[in-house]
Design a protein around this ligand. Structure first.
Ligand code: CA
Length: 220
């Protein structure tokens, strides 16, 4: 999933970016509120991790602006200010969850998984479609009950397709979820990953809709 991280502290931002990437996300990191709004206006993000104390424009204002535009993406706020008031203001401004600094990166990733599940209408922690299961917490994929080895990009691609099972995703929508800024994208990278996934999971698992994109069959 593609995540926008907004954090002005270089050390903390570095650690969070690494932790999110470790969990298989594509991460765009900006360091102030104005840059966050620019990124949100153009990028297709699955979730926003938002510090509240930011230069140029505060996190609460970014959040309010986002919700005024009726943007529904899940927002997890980070705050160093361990006061109940800040957390209440953040939640009332439209945040879905919060973490108080210092926090554990494992907890951040677990909370994001929970937010992404709810946003995708997938209450179960594991995704299942077309005989395939995918466990985001343990990063395990099975096909017909057998564990399958997949690369980090293959995992992310499969997760995006399974979260939207029954719906076609275009190549550019998939690229958005797989690659952060500055990451080199080969012109046929998505096709190559799809090809590899079909070899591992069976040719019929992911269908190509010519001119539209790729779709994974939904379990009925
Ligand atoms: Ca800050």
């Amino acid at each position: 999933m593609r995540i926008l991280l907004v954090e002005d502290d270089a050390l903390l931002g570095d650690a969070i970016e690494a932790g999110l990437k470790q969990a298989g996300h594509a991460v765009d990191w900006v360091r102030d509120g104005v840059a966050a709004e620019t990124a949100l206006a153009t990028g297709d993000y699955a979730a926003l991790v938002l510090d509240l104390g930011l230069p140029r424009k505060g996190g609460l204002d970014v959040l309010r602006g986002l919700r005024e535009k009726k943007r529904a993406l899940p927002v997890l706020i980070l705050t160093a200010r361990d006061t109940v008031d800040d957390r209440i203001r953040g939640l009332d401004a439209g945040a879905d969850d919060y973490l108080v600094k210092p926090f554990d990166l494992g907890e951040l990733n677990a909370r994001l998984r929970a937010l992404l599940r709810r946003a995708g209408g997938q209450p179960a922690p594991q995704l299942a479609a077309a005989g395939v299961t995918l466990d985001p917490a343990n990063r395990v994929v099975t096909h017909c009950g057998a564990a399958i080895e997949v690369s980090a990009k293959e995992f992310a691609l499969l997760q995006a397709l399974m979260q939207h099972a029954g719906r076609a995703l275009s190549r550019s929508q998939l690229e958005e979820q797989l690659y952060g800024w500055g990451e080199e994208i080969g012109s046929n990278a998505v096709e190559v990953h799809i090809h590899n996934l079909r070899k591992k999971l069976g040719a019929d698992t992911i269908r190509t809709l010519r001119g539209i994109g790729y779709v994974m069959a939904k379990d009925t």
